[in-house]
Design a protein around this ligand. Structure first.
Ligand SMILES: Nc1ncnc2c1ncn2[C@@H]1O[C@H](COP(=O)(O)OP(=O)(O)OP(=O)(O)O)[C@@H](O)[C@H]1O
Length: 258
């Protein structure tokens, strides 16, 4: 689904990514872990198009997308959730946020959507988008909050709306940047269930950046470990996350994941 070949990204003197090779197979859940500043978010930004690599190429289903802008990559099927909930439209309602996500997946641009010549076509599309948005709201159990502005909701629900907005774009591959950070135990369990269902019910390929190693071990088929802008280990979760070198590296943890 995704191939990153020999990618390097630099900010001034800082090397965020150094000759990184990384791939996500169709239908896989890949856990991407590593200490703070390892380059995980930068790698997601290179895949979604927010960062342009200094060198190297990015491929989606074999097609070179290195020079494709982020909004086109979103339409091509690359979805993205964010570490900070401020990326959602806080003044807009839950339903409106999810509709924005749903509209983004349509082949037409937002401008075309509003200026469509054929009224009937416009109405049909509107109904289709609304129906899908309601299905997404049901899936994420957000019905009770659908007309509330996102900014007025507790943090855990804002995180959920961010994931729902990205999922509404019908991504082939969803890049999730710390979806469980700051959530309560119950909210984390819910998020884990959504990840499993997005994959098994809707067939979404997932890249999961997460500091919760237990969740990564439970949810991922394969784990990739980064440190200082490089991929340093890769393999099945139970093997990689028990490797003492990885535990030492990853936030200085010395205890293996149960
Ligand atoms: N836009 C930017 N401008 C300057 N430096 C950046 C930028 N984005 C990333 N970096 C630097 O690149 C390095 C990798 O950062 P990145 O956010 O990708 O790491 P991370 O593994 O996602 O860390 P965390 O777990 O803390 O989110 C860091 O040194 C960071 O300061």
């Amino acid at each position: 689904m995704i191939d990153v070949k020999n990618v390097s990204v630099q900010f001034g003197g800082v090397s965020a990514l150094e000759n990184v090779n990384f791939g996500i197979g169709k239908g896989e859940v890949v856990g991407l872990v590593g200490p703070n500043g390892a380059g995980k978010t930068s790698l997601l930004n290179v895949i979604s198009g927010f960062y342009k690599p200094r060198s190297g190429r990015v491929y989606l289903e074999g097609r070179d997308i290195t020079d494709v802008p982020p909004y086109k990559r979103a339409k091509m099927g690359i979805g993205r959730t964010f570490q900070k909930t401020s990326e959602t439209f806080r003044h807009m309602t839950v339903l409106e946020n999810i509709m924005v996500g749903a509209i983004a997946s349509h082949r037409e641009s937002l401008l075309d959507y509003f200026s469509a010549m054929l009224w009937l076509k416009w109405v049909r599309r509107e109904v289709e988008i609304l129906k899908w948005a309601e299905e997404v709201i049901d899936f994420f159990e957000l019905y009770a909050y659908r007309n509330r502005p996102v900014g007025s909701l507790p943090y855990g629900l804002q995180k959920k709306v961010d994931v729902a907005r990205a999922f509404a774009g019908r991504p082939k591959v969803l890049l999730m940047d710390e979806p469980m950070a700051g959530l309560t135990r119950e909210e984390r369990e819910d998020m884990a269930r959504y990840i499993i269902e997005m994959r098994h019910v809707y067939g979404v390929t997932i890249c999961l950046v997460e500091h919760d190693l237990g969740a990564v071990a439970d949810l991922s088929d394969r784990v990739v470990v980064m440190a200082a802008g490089r991929v340093v280990a890769e393999g099945r979760p139970q093997e990689v996350l028990r490797d003492p070198r990885v535990l030492e590296l990853y936030m200085g943890k010395t205890r293996a994941v149960a």
